[in-house]
Design a protein around this ligand. Structure first.
Ligand code: SF4
Ligand code: SF4
Length: 382
C-alpha cells in the first residue's frame, strides 16, 4: 500500500513521499524550547503562543486518532545564477528561487487535496488532514523522522539525491502505516552555510535567529529594518538563498520537469527601477498568484530602496527622491536612508531640497527620523 501511495503521490507532483509516526523527537523539542526562549522568533509572537507550541510538540493534537503522517516533498527550480552573479547584478534584485513562480502554498494545497481524495479511494474509511507551512507543525522534524532528509545546520531539510530545493507538506491520517527509517545526518564537519550567511543569522548549528535572517526581514517583517542590517542585505529583495546555494548537497541540484510552481522569467533577478515604480494596481497585477503579493507592496518597495542604497549606483537617486513622496511611510523612510548612501557631492543640493520638502509634509516619526539622519549624513560628507 505504501508503494501504491508513493506512486500516486508522484503522479500529483511529489517527488518525495515518506511515512512516520505523529511524534516529535526529543532533540527537536529541546531546540524549539531553546529557540523560543532566546527570542529567535523575533516579532512572530504567534509562534510562542502556548497552544500552538503544544501542538507543534505533539502532532497527535492535530487530528483525533491520528496514527501516521505522510510527509511529501515538492521540488522547485534552483537558482539559475551563482551567488557571485546575483551579487554583481547591483541594478537588479534577488527573489528567492521558490518564489520565482506561483505561490507554493496554493499549488501544494491543491495537489495534497487531490492526493487525499485518492487516499479516500485507496484506504476506505479514515480521517485525514493536510498541512502546508502555516499550521503549527514541526515539518522538518517530521521530515527527518520519515526519512525525507536530515535537518541541515541551516535548519532546512536536505535529501542526499535532491539537495534542499524542495518544499514540504504533510498529510495526517488515522490509517496506520509502518514508519520509514529516519534520515541520517550528513553535514559532517561542514559549516559553509554558517560561514556564508551575510548577517550571521545561523547562530549555532540548526539555530537561525529570525531577528537577523534576511528571509524573515524581507518577507515577514513589516517594519523599519535595523540600520546596521540594511547594508548586509545587499540586493536581496525577497528572501535569501545564500545558505542553500553554498551547500555542497545542492551542487548537482537539477530542475524538476515540470516545475509545478511555473517560475516566471521576469521574477529572476528583476530590475529594481521598474519595481519601485509600481503602484498598488501594478503591484497586484505584476505579482498575481505569486507569494511576493502576500508580503505587500510597501514591504517589497522598502527592500528595493535598501537594495538601491546598497547598489553604489547614483542613477537611482531621482527615483529615490520620488519615493520620498510614496504613500507608505515605510518606503519614504527607507528611500531617505538609500539617498544617504548614494548621494554624490554634485547631487547634494537637489537631494537636500527634496528632503526639506518631504519633511515639511511628513507625519510619521520613523520616516522623519530617517530623513533627519540623511540630512545630517549629507551635511557631514566631504
Ligand atoms: S536565509 Fe540568508 S540570512 Fe537567513 S540564514 Fe540563510 S543565508 Fe542567512
Ligand atoms: S552547507 Fe554544509 S553544514 Fe550547511 S546544510 Fe549544507 S552540508 Fe550542512
Amino acid at each position: 500500500m505504501k508503494d501504491q501511495i508513493r506512486a500516486v503521490a508522484k503522479e500529483h507532483g511529489f517527488d518525495l513521499c515518506h511515512f512516520t509516526r505523529p511524534q516529535i523527537a526529543d532533540r527537536f523539542i529541546a531546540y524549539l524550547d531553546q529557540w523560543l526562549a532566546s527570542g529567535f522568533h523575533a516579532d512572530m509572537d504567534w509562534m510562542g503562543e502556548s497552544e500552538r507550541v503544544g501542538r507543534r510538540k505533539n502532532p497527535q493534537a492535530m487530528l483525533d486518532g491520528v496514527k501516521s503522517v505522510i510527509c511529501v516533498g515538492m521540488r522547485y527550480t534552483p537558482p539559475a545564477y551563482t551567488l557571485e552573479q546575483a551579487e554583481c547584478a547591483a541594478d537588479r534584485g534577488v527573489i528567492s528561487a521558490y518564489a520565482h513562480g506561483n505561490d507554493y502554498h496554493e499549488v501544494m494545497k491543491k495537489r495534497l487535496k487531490a492526493l487525499a481524495r485518492d487516499l479516500d479511494t485507496l484506504l476506505g474509511p479514515h480521517q485525514q488532514r493536510i498541512y502546508v507551512d502555516t499550521a503549527p507543525v514541526l515539518e522538518h522534524a517530521l521530515a527527518e523522522s520519515a526519512g525525507i532528509g536530515w535537518q541541515g545546520k541551516h535548519s532546512l531539510t536536505l535529501n542526499r539525491e535532491l539537495g534542499s530545493h524542495f518544499l514540504l507538506g504533510e498529510l495526517f491520517t488515522t490509517a496506520d502505516f509502518e514508519p520509514d527509517e529516519p534520515a541520517d545526518f550528513h553535514c559532517g564537519s561542514c559549516t559553509a552555510c554558517m560561514d556564508i550567511c551575510p548577517t550571521r543569522a545561523i547562530v549555532a548549528p540548526f539555530t537561525v535567529d529570525a531577528n537577523l535572517c534576511i528571509s524573515y526581514l524581507s518577507i515577514e517583517f513589516k517594519g523599519f529594518i535595523a540600520r546596521d542590517l540594511r547594508p548586509l542585505m545587499g540586493n536581496r529583495i525577497y528572501g535569501c538563498d545564500d545558505c542553500q546555494m553554498i551547500c555542497p548537497w545542492n551542487r548537482h541540484a537539477t530542475t524538476p520537469d515540470p516545475d509545478l510552481l511555473t517560475p516566471r522569467r521576469e521574477n529572476i533577478l528583476p530590475e529594481l527601477a521598474s519595481l519601485l515604480q509600481l503602484d498598488e494596481v501594478g503591484f497586484r497585477t505584476r505579482f498575481a498568484k505569486s507569494p511576493v503579493k502576500r508580503t505587500g507592496r510597501a514591504a517589497l518597495q522598502r527592500n528595493i530602496c535598501i537594495a538601491m542604497g546598497n547598489s553604489g549606483d547614483a542613477s537611482f537617486v531621482p527615483l529615490l527622491m520620488d519615493a520620498l513622496k510614496h504613500d507608505a511611510a515605510l518606503v519614504r523612510g527607507h528611500a531617505a536612508w538609500a539617498l544617504s548612501r548614494l548621494t554624490t557631492v554634485a547631487g547634494h543640493a537637489a537631494v537636500l531640497s527634496a528632503l526639506d520638502t518631504a519633511m515639511a509634509a511628513e507625519t510619521d516619526e520613523r520616516a522623519l527620523e530617517e530623513m533627519n539622519l540623511t540630512i545630517q549624513n549629507i551635511r557631514i560628507k566631504p
